[in-house]
Design a protein around this ligand. Structure first.
Ligand code: NDP
Length: 364
């Protein structure tokens, strides 16, 4: 059974349904309506199920802090600012990002089903978790889904040495006949900050090339320093132009334009975190109906041919196999459905501290 990440004795496995119930209870105890609590829980647990530990329940504390500091509005009035049959702009009213994001992608899907394409921008929102969650919402409806979000400044751009850009992810999903969907879901930086947090929690240095010092510009590997004002993550492609750092920087800028500036939301170093009031995170959602462009069955069949061809290419001796985007996540999901979701013990302790404070039944 395949799992994307190494699970050792430092992890405890919790059945998916029990974890879901726990997370929903935590949010309900913070006055989040049940339906919204379920959306957030589904998003966080999907991350852990797919092996994206950086964006799973290890983030629970951050959301709880944001709500307790009143930086997040748990009873938002998410309203439509502008709308046409093809697009809409929503004001998230400082909602939990997952709640505003779910609404945004749902609208984009409805529009795509009617007119072939739906684009919805969201302003005034918060951290929305994994970008792939929303792309998959569209895929489940037989559509191509695109999702992007701005995020707080943790990344330097090419030539600079300060936390300025977001780790701002991009996700694109597409259905494939008789196979897992295609799902590219990636930060536009070398890594998302959550991955550095995983190294910090495990007391391990990060690989060289992920981050630099904001004081000297030198490569650094100490996760604590990288997460402090003394360090900054590098854009995808790394330091300078040699390995394409300027392209990762460009992708992050594109997210700032489409998810931020286009929607009347803020961008790059102005974006706030979950505990900041008015963080003004912006999202971009797009759904495309392949059936409006041509024959839907042909699209899915050709997608299948495409991914099979990718897997069948001449293999490098250093690799066991050729993967297609999303595949490791889907296989990990299937394994964890059977074995349970591995939660790092320190994260579990943190979650149980939250539970005890709120009067929620602790895990496991
Ligand atoms: P990864 O580097 O883990 O993976 C990036 C993509 O590559 C995934 O689609 C993954 O699919 C795929 N992949 C992995 N290995 C291979 C391979 N050998 N061949 C082909 N495809 C492969 O993602 P990141 O660490 O960059 O991002 C992790 C998560 O963090 C994302 O879900 C992202 O949305 C989220 N994020 C959220 C932010 C926010 O502000 N809300 C900010 C930044 C990131 P697979 O699922 O199969 O592994």
């Amino acid at each position: 059974m395949f799992e994307k990440t190494v699970v050792d004795e430092n992890y405890v496995r919790i059945p998916k349904d029990r974890l879901f119930e726990f997370v929903v209870d935590v949010f309900k105890n913070l006055d989040v309506p049940e339906e919204d609590a379920e959306i957030v829980a589904d998003n966080l647990i999907m991350a852990d199920m797919r092996g994206v530990e950086s964006h799973g329940v290890q983030r629970l504390k951050r959301y709880v802090d944001g709500i307790e500091k009143n930086a997040v509005n748990v009873h938002p009035n998410i309203r439509t600012v502008k709308e046409s049959p093809v697009f809409a702009v929503l004001d998230g009213d400082e909602a939990l990002g997952q709640v505003a994001g779910y609404k945004g992608m749902k609208m984009a899907i409805e529009k795509a089903k009617k007119v072939g394409v739906g684009i919805v921008g969201v302003r005034n929102s918060n951290h929305y978790g994994i970008a792939g969650y929303y792309a998959l919402m569209a895929v489940k409806e037989g559509l191509v889904g695109i999702s992007m979000t701005t995020s707080r400044p943790l990344v330097t751009h090419t030539g600079a040495m300060e936390k300025f850009m977001g780790t701002s992810p991009i996700a694109v999903g597409a259905p494939v006949e008789n196979d897992h969907p295609f799902l590219l879901d990636m930060a536009t930086s070398m890594v998302p900050s959550g991955k550095i947090e995983v190294y910090r929690r495990k007391n391990k240095p990060v690989p060289e090339g992920w981050a630099i010092s904001t004081e000297t510009g030198e490569i650094i590997t100490d996760p604590r320093k990288i997460l402090s004002p003394k360090g900054t993550i590098l854009p995808l492609g790394g330091l300078g132009e040699l390995h394409g750092g300027h392209k990762g920087y460009g992708l992050s800028a594109v997210v700032d334009i489409l998810a931020g500036i286009l929607n009347g939301a803020t961008w790059s170093h102005h974006v706030g975190g979950t505990s900041d009031k008015h963080s003004d995170v912006g999202h971009f959602f797009m759904a495309i109906d392949p059936g409006a462009f041509g024959d839907i069955e042909e699209f899915k069949m050709n997608m299948k041919k495409f991914v099979d061809e990718l897997r069948g290419a001449k293999k490098h001796p250093g690799f066991e196999r050729i993967w297609v985007h999303g595949e490791k996540g889907f296989l990990t999901y299937e394994t964890r459905l059977k074995l349970g979701v591995p939660i790092y013990k320190k994260v579990l302790d943190e979650m149980n501290n939250i539970a005890e404070k709120l009067g929620v039944q602790t895990l496991p």
